[in-house]
Design a protein around this ligand. Structure first.
Ligand SMILES: CC(C)(COP(=O)(O)OP(=O)(O)OC[C@H]1O[C@@H](n2cnc3c(N)ncnc32)[C@H](O)[C@@H]1OP(=O)(O)O)[C@@H](O)C(=O)NCCC(=O)NCCS
Length: 310
């Protein structure tokens, strides 16, 4: 990102508990670069004020941040999560170091965010006022669709996508799918499995029902996992390495980085040696039980040609 691309601004409304700590922050006007003449509009000002039942105060927020610096406080984190979900920045492009320590655990309810400590009392009062109350979760991150609904996406169950997820147009997240913050899809995708923090999935790829994608290269690695284009993770499969384009992982097969994989020429390699390779079918041979990698198109040209083919 260029220099101006390293800064961002946001105007929004923050919910504070009685000690002035941030429970959440909604940004209604935000962007990359400088704010120019933007400011929070009058209709959002109507949200400001105190809620005596939830014991919270809503105050207006104006922020300007440097995206390459570590976030300074919870408001700063919320702006970064909004930028991701609005697709203004891509996963792994901005600094999110230390965000867990900056965010409070919050009780997310149909009446808004509440503080954990006083909630048993607050719950009673909210139930008395509204007749019923839905508690969605107790977590540091809220549901994305309560803050941002990016154009062109379908989310079948709002609980399954955290604020900070990056969903490209044409993405469907079905009920069994899950997308963490700082993770998501770079094109059209069907997501019926789990996309861990940091993971990005390329255009045209399909994450089958119950499939699992590890956050980093399995075996203690730090390299973040990615999936290329037009790749299929079969139902209940899993990967701990990155996959390239046009790959398939057979339903039910889990490929960890250290798994020994048989190749068509008789060689055996660790799965991590096939990291980001294109055009491979990973399957468990139903007769021998061995994990195998087979070329999907054309003939096996050896490990190097598979790794470097585009
Ligand atoms: C791995 C997979 C892609 C193979 O499907 P396919 O390419 O259509 O292949 P086929 O099932 O036609 O099998 C081709 C041959 O390989 C054999 N074969 C298939 N899987 C095998 C295995 N695990 N071990 C040994 N042989 C196998 C077949 O018996 C067949 O043999 P043949 O040529 O003697 O008839 C498929 O089984 C799969 O897992 N798809 C994932 C679908 C999915 O989960 N989608 C997400 C839904 S939510």
């Amino acid at each position: 990102m260029g220099n101006d691309q390293n800064s961002a601004y946001g105007f929004g409304v923050e919910t504070q508990n009685s000690s002035g700590q941030t429970l959440d922050c909604s940004f209604y006007s935000l962007g990359i670069g400088s704010a120019g003449n933007s400011k929070i509009s009058e209709e959002f000002k109507a949200q400001l004020g105190e809620d005596n039942i939830r014991k919270v105060k809503k105050v207006s927020v104006e922020l300007k941040i440097n995206l390459q610096d570590k976030p300074k406080d919870a408001k700063d984190v919320y702006l970064r999560l909004h930028l991701l979900s609005h697709r203004l920045v891509k996963p792994n492009e901005i600094n999110l170091e230390g965000i867990f320590a900056l965010l409070l655990n919050v009780v997310w309810t149909s009446a808004g965010p509440c503080e954990v400590e006083s909630f048993s009392q607050v719950r009673l009062q909210l139930q008395n006022k509204f007749g019923s109350l839905v508690v969605y979760s107790v977590d540091k991150f809220p549901r994305m669709i309560d803050y941002v609904i990016p154009e062109g996406v379908r989310v079948a169950d709002g609980d399954r996508v955290r604020l900070g997820a990056y969903l490209s147009p044409g993405t469907t997240v079905m009920h069994e799918g899950f997308v963490n913050f700082n993770a998501g899809t770079l094109g059209k995708s069907m997501v019926e499995g789990r996309i861990s923090a940091g993971v990005v999935v390329g255009d045209g790829s399909d994450i089958g029902g119950g499939a699992s994608i590890m956050g980093t290269l399995s075996g203690g690695g730090k390299e973040v996992i990615s999936i290329g284009q037009r790749t299929l993770l079969g139902a209940n499969s899993g990967i701990g390495i990155s996959l390239g384009d046009d790959c398939i992982v057979e339903a039910g097969v889990y490929i960890t980085a250290g798994s020994k994989i048989s190749l068509p020429d008789g060689n055996i390699v660790k799965a991590k040696d096939l990291n980001k390779a294109n055009n491979l079918l990973f399957r468990r041979n139903s007769q021998t039980g061995a994990l195998e990698a087979l070329p999907i198109k054309g003939s096996w040209g050896g490990l190097n040609s598979i790794l470097h083919a585009n």
